[in-house]
Design a binder for this molecule. Structure first.
Ligand code: PMP
Length: 292
């Protein structure tokens, strides 16, 4: 059966779901989005994702088409209509259809799209093997130019980095900020482990406040694993004992080399494996079953 896609209050079969070619989300990347997972019929960290969506809207001065309550219902009803107990939700809100100028005042009504589908970012075997990554020459945009903490439809910066990773045969691209410090990956946050301490760039850097990142820090805290949010350089990364990336799509993916420097012994480290196991245990137990 074809997935059903929500567009502005109606459900359409995937092949018939359409928006205007004058939509400023398409013409100018003028819009915001979220990626949310459904595990065992439960929405994972739903409130956090919807909070971030509404915060992104406030930052780009986008009028949301629905109240928080109606948004919650629209997402949950679309998941139920698709009958998928394990899925990825892509929630997109664009400025809406306007004319060919960038002026958002010409867009009378924002467009809301809710897609519920399957996602496989990495094959299951890679969670046991880990992935090589590279540092891209494309750096993160300076936050005083465009703050990456708003999850906007402007992803070319990440896409350029991802293309570099693809060419190098790497699974992800590590991106530096304008000072040459580690920021995050193209669509994931970044962690290392050194001498038993979990280290990740802090949110004062131009990075997305990843929800998976926060969950990992929360698990580490519960397990009594020491954590620090701090400045990291490539020197710290190359000398790390373990490394992994986190994201809604990737979950927690071990990294086994960075720019051809082997991390640890070239296999996912013990702390990484433990955090991945705990993460998976958490997401299949948390939240309300939408189908119960
Ligand atoms: N950084 C960027 C640039 C991203 O696009 C994402 C995923 N959307 C992340 C980090 C990870 O965030 P989350 O854990 O909330 O999916």
């Amino acid at each position: 059966m074809e997935p059903k896609v929500y567009v502005d209050g109606e459900l359409y079969p995937k092949s018939e779901a359409k928006i205007s070619v004058f939509d400023h989300g398409l013409l100018y990347g003028d819009g915001i989005f979220e990626g949310i997972r459904v595990y065992s019929g439960r929405l994972f960290r739903f409130k956090e994702h919807i909070d971030r969506l509404y915060e992104s809207a406030r930052i780009i001065r986008l009028k949301m088409p629905l109240s928080r309550e109606d948004m919650d219902c629209a997402v949950q009803d679309t998941v139920r209509a698709n009958g998928m107990r394990d899925a990825y939700i892509r929630l997109v809100v664009t400025r809406g259809a306007g004319d060919l100028g960038i002026d958002p005042r010409k867009c009378k009504k924002s467009t809301l799209i809710i897609i519920v589908d399957k996602i496989t970012v990495y094959g299951e075997e890679l969670y046991e093997q880990g992935i090589p990554i590279i540092t891209s020459s494309t750096r993160r945009i300076r936050p005083d130019m465009l703050d990456q903490r708003a999850k906007s439809l402007n992803y070319l910066n990440s896409i350029m980095a991802k293309i570099e990773a693809n060419i190098a045969g790497a699974g992800e691209a590590l991106m530096l900020d304008c000072n040459g410090n580690v920021a995050e990956c193209s669509v994931d946050n970044f962690f290392i482990v050194k001498a038993g301490v979990l280290l990740t760039p802090g949110l004062e850097f131009p990075i997305l406040a990843g929800i998976t990142r926060a969950v990992v820090l929360e698990i580490a805290d519960r397990l009594g694993i020491p954590c620090r949010e701090c400045t990291l350089t490539l020197h710290d990364v190359y000398g790390a004992d373990e490394s992994f990336v986190t994201g809604t799509g990737a979950e927690l993916m071990p990294v086994i080399s960075v720019d051809s420097r082997t991390i640890g012994d070239g296999r996912p480290g013990p702390l990484t494996a433990k955090l991945l196991k705990e993460f998976r245990a958490l997401h299949s137990a948390e939240g309300v079953d939408l189908f119960a």
